[in-house]
Design a binder for this molecule. Structure first.
Ligand code: IVH
Length: 706
C-alpha cells in the first residue's frame, strides 16, 4: 500500500468513526454537537474519498449505508411496508440544476419535468398507518425498514384525527414530521429551568426526546405537532401524483405541509425554491430547506431509487444565517450535574432577528478540534434557529497573541476542582471535600465577610460534623434545640450564635459578596462589585459585557483589547463570577439566602461616587466622543479638578481606548475607573448604579448542555 493510500485509509477510518459518533448523538441521544451543515460536509468528504479509493469502499461500514438509526430500548419494533428513504442534499443552485439535468436523462425525452416543491421540515420523521380510515399505528424511521412503535405518544397530538372520512383506502402509510413550535420549546425549557432540570438545546432535540418518552402522559404535557407530506404504501393504489395525494390530505383534514407549489420544469422549480425561502419564516414549524419531487408517481417509479435516496427527489438546503464577530472570551458554565460547558462570550452581533452575545462551545474537545481561541474572529450560526453555535474560526484574522485554549489551566485559574471521566466529553466538578466545606462555612462567618461572631473554624467543624450545616444558607435554619444538643454549646453560646446570625442579615452587600467564596473575588473586588452593581441580583444576572468591554476608538470602531468596567475585574475574575453564578447549586443558595432575609442591596451613600465638585480626576486613553479638552472643561465646570498623574488622592480615573500605565496604577490603588458614558452620567448627576447601562440583548438564556 502506498503512503497516499495509507493516509486515505486512515482518513476514511477517522471520518467513519466521527460520523458514527455524530449519528449516535443526533439519532439516539437527540444531542447533536455539530450543525447539520457540518455533518453533511463530513459525509460528503467521506463519499468523495470513497469514490477516489474504490478498493477501500469495499468494506463498507454501516455508517455509509444507512442514514442513522433512531431505535431505542423500551419500544416495540414495527416494520415499514414501504421503506422510509432519506434525501440527497444540495447546497448550491448549480448542484440543483445538476439534479434536474440527471433526471432529464433518466426520463423519456418527451416526458414533462413536472415538480412539486415543499418545505423541508426540521423535525422527527414518522410514518402513520390508517386502516379503513382509522389511525392504527405510528412508527419512527428506525433504520428505514424497521422503527419504534410510538403510537401512544403520537395519539396525544390534538390535530391528528383518529378517524378519516370519505374516500379511505384499506391501508395507507402517511409520512410526516413531528415538531415543536419555538414558543413551546421556550415554555418547556423555562419550566425545566425553574425545576432545576437540564435544558434542551433546540426544538428538534426536544421533539425527538418527547416522541421517545416512555410515559404518554408526559408526552401529552408537551404540545407535539405534526405536518404531513409523504406517501408510503397505499392499498389499493389510488393516487396518480403527489399533488393528488396532497389534495386528499387536505380533504381528510390532516395537517398537510403548507406552501405546496407545483412547478413546470427546472427553472420554475428553482423560482419556487426562492419563493419558499422568502416565506418560510412565517411557518409554524422550523424549516431548513426545500424538497423538490417529481409529481407523477408513474414517473417516480420509472426513475427509481438507490438504497438510500430516491432519484426523483432532492433536498435543497438553505444556507443558515451566519454572522462574523469577535470571540471576547471563553467562560465556563456549570450545569446541574456539575458538568462544565464552555461558552463563547461574543461581541454582540445581529443574527436572524436577535442580538447574539453568547454561543455554546459544547466541550473541551470541540474547542481543540476547531482550535478556537480567545480573541479570534468567528462565524456564528443559529442551530435549530434558536441556539447560536460557533461554526468556524477565521484564522487569517487571528491576533498574534491568541494562544490555544488550555481547558485544564482555565479550570485551575477559575478555582474549579474538576475531573474528566475516561470516555466522557464533559469535565465535571468534583464534590467538595469535608475540609473545603468546613473552610467555606468559616469563611462565610469570618471578620472580613459576614462577621458572624462565634462562628469560627471549630464551631463550623462541629456544625458540619453533626450534620446540621453543610452549606452557609443552612446556618439560618439552625434552632436553639439543635445547638444545645451539641457538646460545645451552652445556653449562652447558643443564643449568642443565633443573635449573631440574625445580625448578619443586615450586613453591607460587599460582605455577603465576599462571603459567597467566589474564586478570585477578594474583599476589595467584593467592595468594587457592590459599589458598581448595588444589588446582588444585578451581579448574578450580569453577562460578560457588563464586566468587560471591547475598546473602541474615537469613531466607535472596535480596537484590540478590552477594558474593565469595574476596577480589579479582569478577564479571569469576570469569568470566575459568571461560572460561579451559573452553577444551579449556587443559584439555589442565593434564593435560600434571600428567603432567610439577608440584605442584597448596597445602601451606602452614593456620595463617594456621585458628585463631581471637589473631586480629582485623571484622564487617560482616547475617549470615544469627548476630546481631552472637552472632558476637562466639563469636569471643571462642575467643580472638579483634573490632574495629570494618578496618586492616592485621585478620586476617579476616566479611561478610554488604549489607556496605559495610568489605568494600571489606578487599578492597583483601587481607584474608581469610569468610561466615557459613566463620566457623562456622573456629570449629569446620576447615581453610580446607572454608570453603565447593560448592553441590549434579546436572546434566551443559553441552556446548559449536561
Ligand atoms: S420526502 C423518499 N419531504 O427529511 C422521500 N422529506 O433528509 C423521503 N423531510 O427522511 C422524504 N420535510 O424525514 C420529504 N417535505 C419533505 C420533508 C422531508 C422533511 C425529512 C424526512 C426525510 C429527511 C431527509
Amino acid at each position: 500500500m502506498s503512503a497516499a493510500e495509507n493516509s486515505s485509509a486512515e482518513k476514511i477510518a477517522r471520518l467513519r468513526a466521527e460520523l458514527a459518533r455524530h449519528d449516535q448523538l443526533y439519532y439516539r441521544q437527540a444531542e447533536p454537537e455539530i450543525t447539520d451543515f457540518a455533518y453533511d460536509m463530513l459525509r460528503r468528504e467521506l463519499a468523495e474519498l470513497l469514490a477516489q479509493n474504490p478498493e477501500l469502499a469495499k468494506e463498507i461500514s454501516s455508517v455509509t449505508e444507512t442514514p442513522g438509526d433512531d431505535r431505542t430500548e423500551g419500544f416495540a419494533k414495527a416494520a415499514h411496508r414501504a421503506p422510509m428513504l432519506s434525501l440527497d442534499n444540495v447546497y448550491q443552485q448549480s448542484e440543483f440544476f445538476d439534479f434536474t439535468t440527471r433526471l432529464r436523462k433518466l426520463l423519456p425525452a418527451a416526458a414533462p419535468l413536472h415538480f412539486v416543491v415543499e418545505p423541508k421540515i426540521d423535525g422527527v420523521a414518522v410514518s402513520l398507518t390508517y386502516e379503513h380510515g382509522r389511525f392504527v399505528r405510528a412508527v419512527t424511521r428506525g433504520n428505514g425498514t424497521v422503527g419504534d412503535d410510538i403510537t401512544r405518544n403520537v395519539a396525544t397530538i390534538a390535530a391528528l384525527p383518529q378517524q378519516l372520512s370519505g374516500n379511505t383506502p384499506a391501508r395507507i402509510e402517511i409520512r410526516g414530521e413531528i415538531y415543536l413550535t419555538n414558543a413551546e420549546f421556550l415554555r418547556i425549557n423555562a419550566a425545566r429551568e425553574a425545576a432545576g432540570l437540564p435544558l434542551y438545546a433546540n426544538p428538534r432535540n426536544l421533539a425527538a426526546g418527547t416522541v421517545k418518552l416512555l410515559d404518554p402522559r408526559e408526552t401529552a404535557a408537551r404540545k407535539l405537532e405534526i405536518v404531513l407530506y409523504g406517501l408510503g404504501e397505499c392499498l389499493p393504489a389510488q393516487f396518480p401524483s403527489l399533488s393528488a395525494f396532497h389534495q386528499q390530505l387536505l380533504d381528510w383534514q390532516l395537517p398537510a405541509v403548507e406552501f405546496f407549489q407545483s412547478a413546470d420544469g427546472a427553472e420554475a422549480a428553482w423560482e419556487a425554491i426562492r419563493q419558499l425561502d422568502a416565506r418560510r419564516k412565517n411557518f409554524a414549524y422550523p424549516t431548513d430547506g426545500a424538497v423538490v419531487k417529481i409529481d407523477s408517481l408513474a414517473a417516480q417509479n420509472s426513475v427509481g431509487t438507490t438504497s438510500k435516496f430516491p432519484h426523483w427527489a432532492i433536498a435543497y438546503k438553505f444556507q443558515p444565517e451566519q454572522a462574523e464577530t469577535q470571540l471576547r472570551a471563553i467562560t465556563l458554565q456549570i450545569g446541574r450535574t456539575g458538568a462544565i460547558t464552555p461558552v463563547a462570550e461574543l461581541e454582540p452581533v445581529e443574527l436572524a432577528g436577535t442580538t447574539v452575545s453568547r454561543a455554546t462551545l459544547h466541550n473541551a474537545d470541540e474547542i481543540a478540534r476547531k482550535d478556537i481561541r480567545e480573541g479570534d474572529t468567528v462565524v456564528v450560526e443559529k442551530a435549530g434557529e434558536i441556539i447560536p453555535q460557533v461554526v468556524a474560526v477565521l484564522k487569517e484574522k487571528r491576533p498574534e497573541t491568541a494562544a490555544p485554549f488550555d481547558f485544564p489551566l482555565r479550570l485551575q485559574e477559575l478555582g474549579l476542582d474538576a475531573e474528566r471521566a475516561p470516555g466522557e466529553a464533559a469535565w465535571r466538578l468534583k464534590t467538595p471535600s469535608r475540609e473545603q466545606q468546613i473552610r467555606a462555612l468559616a469563611h462565610f462567618g469570618s471578620k472580613q465577610c459576614l462577621d458572624i461572631e462565634n462562628l469560627g473554624p471549630a464551631v463550623a467543624e462541629s456544625l458540619f460534623d453533626a450534620g446540621l450545616v453543610a452549606a452557609p444558607e443552612q446556618l439560618y435554619q439552625l434552632t436553639r434545640e439543635q445547638l444545645l444538643a451539641l457538646d460545645n454549646f451552652a445556653e449562652k453560646s447558643a443564643d449568642n450564635l443565633l443573635a449573631a446570625l440574625e445580625a448578619s442579615k443586615q450586613r453591607e452587600l460587599w460582605r455577603l459578596i465576599h462571603a459567597l467564596g467566589i474564586p478570585n473575588v477578594g474583599m476589595q473586588t467584593a467592595k468594587d462589585l457592590a459599589r458598581h452593581f448595588r444589588d446582588l441580583d444585578q451581579i448574578s444576572s450580569a453577562d460578560y459585557g457588563q464586566f468587560r468591554q471591547q475598546q473602541r476608538g474615537k469613531n466607535g470602531q472596535l480596537l484590540k483589547g478590552e477594558i474593565s468596567l469595574i476596577s480589579g475585574v479582569g478577564a479571569v475574575v469576570a469569568q470566575s463570577i459568571l461560572s460561579w453564578f451559573s452553577d444551579p447549586a449556587h443559584r439555589a443558595r442565593i434564593e435560600a439566602l434571600r428567603a432567610a432575609g439577608l440584605n442584597f442591596f448596597d445602601q451606602s451613600s452614593v456620595s463617594t461616587a456621585a458628585g463631581v465638585a471637589g473631586k480629582t480626576f485623571v484622564l487617560t486613553g482616547t475617549l470615544p466622543t469627548l476630546g481631552r479638552d472637552a472632558a476637562r472643561e466639563k469636569i471643571e465646570q462642575a467643580g472638579g479638578k483634573v490632574s495629570g498623574s494618578v496618586s492616592a488622592k485621585t478620586d476617579f480615573v476616566v479611561a478610554g481606548a488604549e489607556a496605559g500605565s495610568k489605568l494600571a496604577k489606578a487599578q492597583s490603588l483601587g481607584i474608581a475607573i469610569l468610561d466615557e458614558p459613566a463620566l457623562l452620567a456622573l456629570l449629569a448627576g446620576e447615581n453610580s448604579a446607572k454608570e453603565i447601562p447593560p448592553p441590549a440583548t434579546n436572546e434566551p438564556f443559553l441552556p446548559g448542555l449536561d
